[in-house]
Write a new protein. Structure first.
Length: 359
């Protein structure tokens, strides 16, 4: 690195190497120290932020540089009460770190920190004469207007209502769950457990009148005032009273009046279950019986065997094979995969021109 420096003969500021090489100060903080140190005598009336703005140090960069200067002892601030009771902030800027004891001595020597405020009446001329203070002639802004607001009045009625203590019934537990879940619909409807239990009586009455939990939640959390809810308990109590649904009128069902001497009618006789009769099967083989539901003469097994035999005869006739002499053997062979199917295929290969390809 090449180094070339020319010592200035005028308009320069002496800077300590401890400041230039300070490890905890950023470049903006070091530039502020050099800039303020070179100010003329009449240029110290502005705040440190105004000097930083002239150097282009703004926003977060200035806040970080100021925090470092305060932490390292280069900048000290103090709020004092000035004239006419106004608070002002005094800043002390040094080109070297200073302890709190030395800074207090400088504040004391400069007379900063002594209250110099004077009473406004001590000045001349005093404007006007003292008069009585008007009391009770101005109402709150929300109550002096002759309009109906959706939010409840300032004084919540029924604040001394009894809060149920002990285990809750099923209806009370459901009502408490609905009231505590209103905070999910709007943050202004957040209730505590004690506040929710103070509204259980009216909420349970809604449920007893046939309103479901979802309908009750919608009725209490919809169409909220635009300026928000001031008192969640009063607002919900107001809605529970004003929007209470009508009680359902239950009419008991008319029952026929029977004379005391009229005995009840006998029950209808039980219809016996139909059971199909047992019939002796007319098919071949050992004698056996079955239940005929539609007038059958053969059991299902014999009907299936006869069907297999008829199909084998027709197939043999189509192929030119004589199997009528031993139909039962053909049926029994047909039940085996290697029985009559193989015999039919062999017969077709011998008796039909073209061999197996003709099948």
């Amino acid at each position: 690195m090449l180094w070339h420096a020319i010592a200035p003969s005028r308009r320069y500021t002496k800077a300590s190497h401890d400041v230039v090489r300070h490890p905890r100060l950023c470049s903006d903080a070091k530039v502020l120290i050099l800039y303020v140190q070179g100010l003329p005598d009449g240029g110290t009336d502005l705040a440190l932020s105004e000097h930083a703005r002239k150097l282009g140090i703004k926003g977060r960069a200035f806040q970080r540089a100021k925090e470092q200067l305060v932490m390292c002892g280069f900048v000290h601030e103090r709020r004092v009460c000035g004239e006419r009771g106004r608070w002002v902030t005094q800043q002390l800027f040094a080109n070297m770190p200073m302890a709190e004891g030395d800074v207090l001595a400088l504040w004391r020597d400069a007379g900063i920190g002594v209250s110099v405020a004077s009473s406004p009446s001590a000045r001349f001329p005093t404007v006007g004469q003292p008069g009585p203070r008007p009391v009770g002639h101005q109402l709150p802004v929300d109550e002096e207007r002759e309009k109906n607001f959706p939010h409840p009045p300032t004084e919540t009625p029924g604040a001394d209502a009894e809060v149920p203590v002990g285990p809750l019934t099923a209806e009370e537990a459901e009502a408490e769950r609905v009231l505590l879940s209103l905070r999910h619909a709007s943050r202004g409807l957040r209730l505590g457990v004690a506040e929710a239990r103070s509204l259980l009586a009216q909420t349970v009455e809604w449920l007893r009148r046939g309103v479901s939990g979802g309908e009750l939640r919608h009725a209490l959390s919809s169409n909220l005032p635009q300026d928000g809810v001031r008192c969640a308990v009063g607002f919900l109590r107001h809605r529970l009273e004003q929007k209470m649904p009508e009680a359902a009128v239950s009419v008991p069902d008319a029952e026929p009046v029977r004379p005391p001497s009229d005995p009840p009618p006998p029950p209808p006789p039980a219809v016996p279950r139909y059971v199909a009769p047992l019939v002796t099967c007319a098919g071949p083989g050992t004698e056996h019986v079955f239940r005929a539901t539609a007038g059958e003469t053969e059991c299902p097994d014999c009907q299936q065997a006869a069907a297999w035999a008829r199909w084998a005869e027709r197939r043999a006739a189509d192929l030119g094979v004589d199997l009528a002499d031993d139909a039962a053997a053909a049926v029994e062979a047909g039940r085996d995969p290697d029985g009559w199917r193989g015999r039919l295929a062999a017969a077709a290969a011998v008796g039909v021109p073209g061999g197996p390809g003709a099948l």
